[in-house]
Each structure stands twice: as structure tokens, then as C-alpha cells.
Design a protein around this ligand. Structure first.
Ligand code: SF4
Length: 460
């Protein structure tokens, strides 16, 4: 049995509410962690309506050993924009409430890699980011022209809020930017102008990602539509031109396009080295190449970082474990994080002798099919699960839902092993609330990286 944690030795119990630590009231897990790192931590707690004080003695930097319920202890800062491309407005009704929360909180940017528009950023926030060196941060740019940006965010503050980006960069905060490219709105000449604006005003950004508008069948915005293949090719042509300009002037590429663009335009992915370390892997930049390198065993330090850094869609809303800022994808993983033995249908299912079939989104299938053929695994079945839940152009594996999987699985034979990437799960649940155990066939949940898939496939 493991030794009790310092918090437990001091008498802290599950369910206790920490009111203050060393006389301070932490606002979030960042401040909690800073105080918890001290050698002596005096806790004022509330237990069943009674106030108590405890003192934890430990080595400086030693974990306190308390599990906290959420990443933010005060309120999450919600966004005051009304972007016509916002995916939250495109969700069907009746999903769990937490999924409808529009956050625009720099702390979630630091903790989870969420993108912030900085429209609600303040002087006090800037001071804190600099003091505590909350870096890297992730900022939605969309357009550097103030008028276009304000129009896209439907918020007049959007015109000026990139001034905070300049200040963050001036104080050596690493910032990654993204442009959600909406055809007819900020592609073409506007995108060209945006990249010129990046060169002119924000050339110290670490990276800029170009990601395509995701559009579900629930959108009510008449002007929002998916890219055509020709438009996707146009974005890639602009990218190629600007990568050359950035390379010439800054000595690095700076801007990258999401994998979806290459699939849509019918072009091959750039070689892995052209992703320069996969710094926006989670945003869909270079996932296919990183996966391929992992699968083929061509691991580099950059790949290891990329493959191990996937949180999935809406992950932060499901809560942050004390062991790290990132929520586990499966309930079994959560137990493992907490030191409990793994158990249950998902984690411990004994591998059957049936041939394997990989379940994935339509984009994932396009990437995986040639990769599996390349490693001689024609024995592996591959099923592209159409996304009827969201509809529109949604085809990524991270947005697969239980209901779509159930519809597909019920028509598939029983004598197969079904492998499911964990990127579509958060704490063991799909976005539509279903659990893996409710699917009509047993499935094995596999971490979304090439090496894990290879292991799960087993020998031919
Ligand atoms: S800033 Fe993000 S959350 Fe807010 S409306 Fe725009 S897309 Fe939605």
C-alpha cells in the first residue's frame, strides 16, 4: 500500500473544502500549485459546515497529495463574442450543459491549450501572466485587420484586443496563434493580409495554425459554409507562399495548415520535418505525419512530444485531476492516475483472437488506410464512421459520437476485435453522453497514437 500523502498525514479528508492556503485564497489550480509547492502549507478548511485548520509539513516541491475538483475555483471567464463560426452555436440541443459553455479565459489557454480572443483580457491579467510566466498561451487571431476581426467576432472589442497579444509577446510569453478560415470571409485576400499583419506586427508568434471552419448541420448562419476543394487548395497555395516569406525573413516557417486542408485539396501531407516539432499537433496540424512516424517507429524527440499531448475536444470542461492539468479520457485511466488498480470493461478486456477492426472518423480512415497498407496489415479492417450526429463537414475522429458508432457497430460482425481511438472520449463518455459500455459490440479503447495502435493490433 502506498504511503499516505502529506495532505492525508495532516488530516485532510475527501470532501473537505479548502478555503485558504497560507492565508491566501487560490483562484485556480495554478495558484493552488504555487502555494502547494511550499514546504509548509497551512490550510483553512471547511468540513461538514465546521471550519478547521491543518498544517502540512513536507519537502518544498513535494506534491501535497490532495485531489482537487476543478481547475478554476472562481468563475470561468466566459466569452463576450458571438462568432458566426462558433461551434458551440452549432451543437444540437440536449447535450450535457458543460459543453455549451463559451470560455475565453487565459487560464484555460495556459492549462489546456484553449484559444482565447483576449477580448476580455485586462491589465491585471497581463500582470499575472508575466509574474507567473503563464506560457505558452494560445490566441485566436482570425484576421489582423481590426475591422474584419471585430466583424468576425461580432464584438467591437475584437478590433483592438490584439494589442494584448503584442504586449504578451513583448514580455516573452510564448504564444501560438490560430486563424479559423471561413470561406468568403477571411480566406483569399483577407488571409493574405492577415499573414502580412503577422509578419508586420506579430512575427514573434511561435506558430500560427490555419484551420478550416467546421460546420455542423445545426448552423443557423447562412454565410457559413464548408470549403470547396478548390478553396482548400487556395489556402494551401497561400500557405506555401507565406512559409517561404517567413523562412526568408525570419528563418522559420511560422505558419502551418491543418491536415484537413490536404485531405480536402487532395494533396499529400508535407514531410514530418516541415512541421518543425508539431507545436500545434492538438489543433490538427501534422497529426497524420506524427501518427505515421509513430506507427513506423521513426520516433524523434519532437514526435514523442507531439504524440503524448492530446486532450481532445472540450476536454477541460470535464475537470482536471490533481495529478496533472489534463483530464483522463477513460474512467479506467482516471483510476490508474489515482493509483487504483485498472478494472472494468474498457481497460482490462482480454484480447480476443479475432482479427482487429479500427473504428475511426472519415478523415482518420483516409489517413489510416494507406498507412496500414504500408506496414503490410491488410488483415486489419477499417471502418469510417460517418458523423450523422453533427452532420455538415464534421469528419474528424475526435467528434465521433456513441450514437453514430452504435448505428455502425450493430451491422458489423461479432467475431472481430473493435479498436476505438480514445480521442473521442472524455472520462469514458462520448460527446453525446453515451458510454463505451453501451455500444452494441465490445470495443477496446486505444490511445490515439501510432505506437499504441500498433501494440493493440498485435501480431498478424
Ligand atoms: S470566441 Fe470562441 S467561444 Fe466565443 S463565440 Fe467565438 S468561437 Fe465561440
Amino acid at each position: 500500500m502506498a504511503d499516505p500523502s502529506p495532505a492525508s498525514r495532516a488530516g485532510l479528508l475527501p470532501g473537505d473544502e479548502i478555503r485558504s492556503m497560507n492565508g491566501q485564497v487560490p483562484r485556480d489550480v495554478i495558484e493552488y500549485q504555487l502555494i502547494a509547492d511550499e514546504a509548509v502549507v497551512d490550510l483553512d478548511i471547511s468540513r461538514g459546515g465546521f471550519d478547521l485548520s491543518l498544517s502540512v509539513d513536507k519537502a518544498a516541491g513535494e506534491p501535497l497529495g490532495a485531489e482537487i475538483a476543478s481547475a478554476l475555483f472562481d468563475q470561468v471567464r466566459t466569452c463576450d463574442n458571438h462568432c458566426e463560426f462558433c461551434f458551440i452555436y452549432q451543437l444540437p440541443k440536449g447535450m450535457r450543459k458543460s459543453l455549451y459553455l463559451k470560455d475565453d479565459d487565459y487560464r484555460l489557454s495556459f492549462l489546456y491549450g484553449n484559444f482565447t480572443t483576449l477580448t476580455r483580457f485586462t491589465e491585471a491579467d497581463l500582470e499575472r501572466v508575466i509574474d507567473q510566466h503563464l506560457s505558452p498561451l494560445y490566441v485566436s487571431i482570425h484576421a489582423t485587420d481590426p475591422e474584419v476581426r471585430a466583424r468576425m467576432l461580432r464584438n467591437r472589442r475584437g478590433a483592438l484586443s490584439l494589442r494584448w497579444l503584442r504586449l504578451l509577446l513583448d514580455h516573452e510569453i510564448e504564444v501560438h496563434g490560430q486563424v479559423v478560415v471561413c470561406p468568403g470571409v477571411n480566406d483569399g485576400a483577407v488571409l493574405y493580409d492577415t499573414l502580412a499583419g503577422v509578419l508586420d506586427r506579430f512575427c514573434d508568434l511561435a506558430t500560427v495554425a490555419l484551420v478550416p471552419l467546421g460546420i455542423s448541420r445545426y448552423t443557423t448562419e447562412a454565410a457559413m459554409r464548408a470549403h470547396t476543394p478548390a478553396e482548400a487548395a487556395g489556402v494551401l497555395d497561400t500557405l506555401a507562399e507565406w512559409q517561404q516569406i517567413f523562412q526568408r525573413t525570419l528563418g522559420r516557417r511560422l505558419v502551418y495548415a491543418a491536415d484537413e486542408y490536404y485531405l480536402l485539396a487532395g494533396r499529400g501531407f508535407p514531410p514530418a520535418e516541415e512541421y518543425d516539432g508539431f507545436l500545434q499537433h492538438e489543433n490538427g496540424i501534422g497529426m497524420a505525419r506524427a501518427f505515421e512516424a509513430d506507427l513506423l517507429g521513426a520516433e524523434t524527440a519532437a514526435m514523442a512530444g507531439a504524440a503524448g499531448h492530446t486532450t481532445g475536444f472540450f476536454q477541460w470542461v470535464e475537470g482536471a485531476p490533481a495529478t496533472g492539468y489534463r483530464a483522463p479520457r477513460t474512467a479506467a485511466a482516471s483510476q490508474a492516475d489515482a493509483g487504483a488498480p485498472r478494472s472494468g470493461r474498457v481497460a482490462l478486456r482480454r484480447r480476443s483472437q479475432h482479427p482487429p477492426t479500427v473504428l475511426t472518423g472519415e478523415y482518420g480512415a483516409k489517413v489510416l488506410r494507406p498507412l496500414l497498407a504500408g506496414i503490410g496489415r491488410e488483415d486489419v479492417g477499417l471502418v469510417a464512421v460517418p458523423n450523422n450526429f453533427f452532420g455538415g463537414n464534421i469528419a474528424v475522429s475526435g467528434l465521433m459520437t456513441g450514437s453514430d458508432l452504435a448505428a455502425v457497430l450493430s451491422d458489423l460482425p461479432e467475431d472481430r476485435r473493435y479498436l476505438l481511438p480514445d480521442v473521442c472520449l472524455s472520462n469514458g463518455r462520448f460527446l453525446d453522453g453515451m458510454q463505451v459500455s453501451e455500444l452494441p459490440r465490445p470495443v477496446e479503447v486505444v490511445a490515439t497514437d501510432g505506437r499504441s495502435l500498433l501494440q493493440a493490433l498485435g501480431a498478424r
